[in-house]
Design a protein around this ligand. Structure first.
Ligand code: MG
Ligand code: MG
Length: 249
């Protein structure tokens, strides 16, 4: 079932999204060689709690971290670890969810650690821009497939790929709701976008092939060819004239 949110609910989703955006902003100062992903996780949790919110992902389906920390060839769902230190030249995707007053926000962003390769810069730009290519299609009357197809075409035009089995989703009183918002699709297909729908659009993009595998920890998803991966995500609300980003300051 696809939920259509009232203006009051959109206000609550905006407030939850703002906590997520503030957490991303807060964490950036710590993204340096030497810090562990566990330390980033603890900083994120403390910050989210200080905003009177709770980390959406902690305990979700049994996840042990407060945020997902995915380095280099890890696409998504990296579990924070005290044994994993950031190194100069890494890229790290932080996927952050927060729940405030019963409503969630969900946003991922990929960050540079020190100086990164030209290839990494290219991948980050393609993935970031794929998100906004998708969002251009986010307006009432369009369909989810219009967003999906725009992302797919932009990623393919840049010689990159996305994993097949991981998608965006509705966001509301649960962090994962209907509908699915895939990074592949056919324009004009899928559920119709309506004012008050709130969805997370989240291209995950690989420099190499689309195939991925899940680590023995049953969470981390890596590219099979170990090519670099990036991930950008915003939670948005469909409005009369297009969309509004919930996960922004
Ligand atoms: Mg997310
Ligand atoms: Mg998401």
């Amino acid at each position: 079932m696809i939920n259509i949110r009232t203006p009051q609910e959109v206000k609550l989703l905006r407030e939850a999204g703002r906590v997520v955006a503030k957490t991303h902003q807060y964490l950036q100062q710590f993204i340096k060689p030497g810090i562990t992903t566990k330390e980033l996780d603890k900083l994120a949790e403390k910050f989210i709690l200080s905003c009177h919110a709770t980390p959406s992902f902690k305990g979700l389906y049994g996840f042990k971290g407060s945020i997902c920390t995915s380095i280099n060839d890890m696409v998504i769902h990296g579990i924070p670890s005290s044994h994993e230190k950031l190194k100069d030249g890494d890229i790290i995707s932080l996927d952050i969810g927060a729940c405030l007053n019963g409503y969630h926000g969900d946003s991922a962003w990929t960050y540079k650690v020190g100086n990164v390769s030209k290839e990494a810069e290219f991948l980050m730009k393609v993935t970031h821009d794929a998100l906004f290519e998708g969002l251009k299609q986010a307006k009432p009357g369009n369909r989810v497939g219009d967003i999906s197809a725009a992302i797919e075409h932009y990623v393919a035009a840049n010689g990159c790929t996305s994993p097949y089995d991981y998608t965006g989703h509705g966001v509301g009183t649960s962090v994962h709701e209907d509908p699915l918002v895939p990074n592949y699709g056919r324009a004009g297909h899928g559920p119709k976008l309506q004012v008050g729908m709130v969805i997370a659009v989240e291209p995950m993009v690989h420099l190499g092939k689309a195939e991925v595998y899940v680590l023995d920890d049953e969470w981390g998803v890596k590219t099979l060819d170990h090519s670099l991966a990036a991930h950008y995500e915003h939670t948005i609300a469909i409005t009369n004239d297009g969309y509004e980003i919930m996960t922004t300051l």
